[in-house]
Design a binder for this molecule. Structure first.
Ligand code: ADP
Length: 481
């Protein structure tokens, strides 16, 4: 059987109850009886001493008559519910509160020995076979003229002592029962408010382990358990989303690989079976080559994205001149610009503007943005790349006056493989990975990128970079000169 928390608590509770009952029935019971005996003995000894100092001494000094002492002792004994004796040292009964000793015949307590309770002023038992039932007896000496003249002995039936011990023990039983009831209530409370929700959370965790990520944890509370349940649900959602993304991603990848492969296969088969005449082969081989380019680009893009996604990107931050990088990227598009009659205008702040970032990665961001701007610009139009400074931030924007991006698609273009309907006809070679790469790089830098675009009028992509302190050093040098 599984050792559940609940079972352990139940077992602990039962052990606690068993231990409690045993303790009260044995140790507590014995201690209570002993306490009652000692308490009664102390009380009776006080009485006996008082009698010995007053009535008994007076009797031996003959200042009071035997009858008076006898009647006083009878009254006192009946008041205290005890039996009072006055014995002389040899054990001869002088006074007996139960019945006055007959003066004609001696009543002797056979074997009376006052030292029997030595070290203790009380004894329990039948007091030298004088009683049928057990009694608690205290013995107080009567002294005078430096010797013991007799003893005052008070007897209390043990049944009376036991009944007072029993009523004290009843309090212990009551306490134990109250304690057990209280702990049972705590146990029930624990079951309801702690154990049951925990079981539900465990059930949810089991469902998640089985792959049922859409299972909801039925625990809605505003404490640690509620937080645990919510975190578990959130984790399951994230995993479910990641799984969906993965499926979509694989579907997209296979689709994007399949279409160039199908078209290449089609052209090659047509060339082999003669559907395409030999004089057209060169043209179609060119098409096949451009499709292989597209596949290479796609593979490259996927590899880059994969590197960016796994374990975070290790940035190699340096201080570099962003203006210079922009100039170089713009220059690399010179040929394309010339054929499409597109001008790239640079509106750069200052001659040199140092930023702190990963040079290669920012170069890639610029390259992807300018490449898109060119792809979606109309011939004979302008693309503007601008840098501006605001405090410690440098803003870099790439603006075109091309086809623009519809509002409802502006948040989607950052997804892998996403292409707008508008652009599909214009750019057959696009992979839909460029902007995902851009976003990952900017995110890794802890910077932002945003888009302002109007359909048919153009788009502006603006990203931020951290301004380098090198600029200030440079400015100081300039001032000194
Ligand atoms: P692609 O390789 O297809 O360009 P991107 O991720 O770079 O992939 O871009 C995704 C899509 O966003 C593009 O296919 C296009 O539909 C849209 N897009 C990106 N930049 C622009 C732009 N400057 N003007 C209009 N549409 C753009």
């Amino acid at each position: 059987m599984r050792k559940t928390l609940y079972l352990r608590f139940l077992l602990a509770y039962l052990l606690f109850a068993l231990f409690g009952f045993t303790a009260v029935a044995t140790v507590v019971s014995r201690l209570t009886t002993e306490y009652c005996i000692r308490d009664n003995a102390r009380r009776l000894y006080g009485e006996a001493s008082r009698i010995s100092d007053t009535f008994a001494s007076d009797l031996y000094n003959s200042t009071i008559s035997l009858e008076t002492v006898q009647s006083q002792m009878e009254a006192l004994a009946s008041y205290m519910d005890t039996e009072i004796w006055i014995l002389n040292p040899s054990g001869r009964m002088i006074v007996n509160s139960r019945r006055a000793p007959d003066p004609s015949e001696e009543t002797i307590v056979e074997g009376f020995d006052s030292t029997v309770a030595a070290g203790n002023y009380y004894t329990t038992g039948n007091f030298f076979n004088s009683f049928k039932e057990d009694v608690l007896s205290v013995t107080a000496p009567i002294t005078g003229s430096f010797k013991i003249r007799g003893y005052v002995v008070i007897h209390l039936p043990m049944s009376t002592v036991r009944s007072s011990a029993d009523s004290m023990l009843n309090i212990s039983w009551m306490m134990l029962i109250i304690l057990l009831v209280l702990s049972l209530i705590i146990l029930l409370f624990f079951t309801q408010y702690f154990y049951m929700p925990l079981r539900r959370i465990i059930k949810a965790a089991e469902q998640y382990a089985l792959g049922n990520m859409h299972y909801r944890v039925p625990v809605e509370r505003e404490d640690e358990l509620g937080y645990l349940a919510a975190s578990l649900g959130y984790m399951a959602d994230t995993i479910a989303r990641a799984e969906d993304d993965q499926k979509k991603f694989i579907a997209n990848v296979s689709h994007d690989f399949r279409s160039p492969l199908t078209s290449m296969r089609g052209f090659l088969e047509a060339m082999l079976d003669g559907t395409i005449p030999p004089e057209r082969h060169e043209h179609y081989l060119g098409v096949v080559l451009s499709e292989t380019d597209r596949l290479t680009k796609l593979t490259q893009g996927l590899l880059t994205l994969n590197n960016l996604n796994t374990g975070g990107i290790l940035l190699q931050r340096t201080d570099f001149d962003i203006n210079d990088v922009i100039r170089r990227v713009a220059a690399s598009f010179e040929q394309t610009c010339r054929t499409r009659k597109i001008r790239i205008k640079l509106l750069l702040t200052g001659k040199i503007l140092y930023v702190n970032a990963d040079l290669d990665k920012i170069q890639q961001v610029l390259y992807n943005l300018v490449d898109n701007a060119l792809k979606f610009s109309r011939p004979d139009s302008d693309i503007t790349i601008e840098t501006t400074e605001k405090g410690e931030t440098v803003f870099v924007s790439v603006r075109d006056s091309g086809i623009g991006i519809p509002k409802e698609e502006q948040s989607l273009i950052w997804d892998r493989f996403y292409k707008t309907d508008l652009s599909r006809g214009k750019d057959k070679k696009g992979t839909g990975l460029g902007l995902s790469i851009v976003r990952e790089i900017i995110r890794a830098h802890d910077e932002n990128i945003n888009l302002v675009s109007t359909e048919g009028a153009g788009s502006t992509f603006t990203f931020t970079l951290r301004r380098s302190e090198k600029n200030d050093a440079l400015n100081d040098m300039g001032e000194q000169e």
